[in-house]
Design a protein around this ligand. Structure first.
Ligand code: ACO
Length: 322
């Protein structure tokens, strides 16, 4: 599997820490010190579909693939206001594609799961060119009167096109450690006449921040060592670590554990907050479009999220001309 195109799209509206401090008992200094976040983008005028379609167009255009040649669409999405149809189907209709499409939910790790599924389809000969789009709106899961989660999340979409023209994915691992309570967002379904009223209530996002922090650092370090061992490379041989942007302190802990300089672990969390499974493809698109990534360089990805899910990969980069 080779990544041959990337794209991303962020909402136009930016909510700064100072704007949050106008209605929450918090401040820029607290948020920036604890999380590295200065602002987050939240969709107000755009729909999630608009963002997903724009990110997909960027990935398709940069891949130079004829959209008719896309033979699968995999959409990573934790939730949106359509329970059905799936977001992948909605996106592919907007793009005028005629490929089978489905959604996959592995929380913030969803992009890693999508890469794994895409690689399996390609290795099995089921597909030759696949559009993976990660579209997320976790800012819309928050109870905006609660400071602990509202400060963290933003909306956005990132996409890649992968093809069977080369096997650049050197290693990949996925994992899930049972811990249902660490991050939970419950939606209400319709009550049956046989059920007691109010059995299934919607509960805004709840998170045990300290436990997430601990599990994130532990799982990411473990996964990265595993995929580097599988690919027979050391941290020093990796050119860039493209990591899930959940918290700058988590990123710095992982970087220090690996003994790597700041420039090898790019961050955009300061501008966007945590955009769940979209964070890796969005960062990858930005770093790639900046011209930093050269042919043959080694990239490591690592993500973690509710479940508690995690996943990592090492791949050889093929330079994309935008
Ligand atoms: N502003 C000001 N004070 C705050 C805020 C806020 N936004 N939030 C909490 N506090 C207060 C608390 O009430 C507490 O006050 P107290 O000591 O009087 O009780 C104090 O700050 C410390 O609170 P903690 O929750 O212990 O703060 P901590 O240092 O753990 O930081 C944080 C909280 C930022 C959420 C941190 O735990 C964290 O980043 N965890 C990881 C969260 C994360 O990455 N989530 C992503 C979820 S999805 C995914 O991507 C996996």
């Amino acid at each position: 599997m080779r990544i041959i195109g990337t794209g991303s799209a962020m909402p136009s509206f930016s909510v700064t820490n100072d704007m949050l401090a106008e209605f929450l008992d918090t401040n820029d200094e607290w948020i920036a010190t604890r999380t590295g976040i200065r602002a987050r983008r939240v969709r107000t005028t755009e729909t999630l579909t608009d963002l997903a379609v724009a990110a997909s167009k960027g990935a398709l255009e940069s891949s130079k693939v004829n959209p008719d040649d896309i033979d699968f669409v995999i959409c990573s999405n934790v939730g949106n206001n359509y329970v059905t149809p799936n977001l992948g189907s909605i996106i592919q209709a907007h793009l005028g594609l005629h490929a089978p499409s489905f959604d996959l939910n592995a929380a913030c790790t969803g992009f890693m799961y999508a890469l794994s599924v895409a690689d399996s389809f390609i290795k099995a000969g089921t597909a030759h060119k696949i559009l993976i789009v990660a579209a997320e709106e976790p800012a819309h899961f928050n109870d905006w009167s609660k400071r602990d989660t509202t400060i963290l999340f933003g909306d956005g979409a990132g996409a890649v096109v992968v093809s069977d023209e080369s096997d650049d994915l050197l290693s990949l691992c996925l994992g899930t450690v049972p811990n249902r309570d660490v991050i939970v967002y419950k939606r209400r379904l319709e009550n049956l006449p046989y059920e007691k009223e109010g059995v299934d209530e919607t509960e805004p996002l709840k998170m045990n921040g300290r436990e997430v922090f601990r599990m994130a650092v532990e799982s990411s370090q473990k996964d990265l060592h595993k995929v580097m061992d599988m690919a027979s490379v050391t941290p020093d041989q990796i050119d860039y670590f493209i990591l899930h942007q959940a918290n700058a302190r988590i990123l710095n802990s992982i970087r220090e554990h690996l003994g790597q300089p700041e420039e090898k672990v790019p961050q955009n969390i300061q501008n966007y907050g945590n955009v769940s499974s979209a964070s890796i493809p969005v960062l990858l698109d930005e770093v790639s479009r900046s011209g930093k990534l050269q042919e043959g360089q080694l990239l490591a990805f690592s993500a973690f999220g509710a479940g508690f899910t995690s996943g990592a990969a090492v791949l050889r980069w093929h330079k994309i001309n935008y």
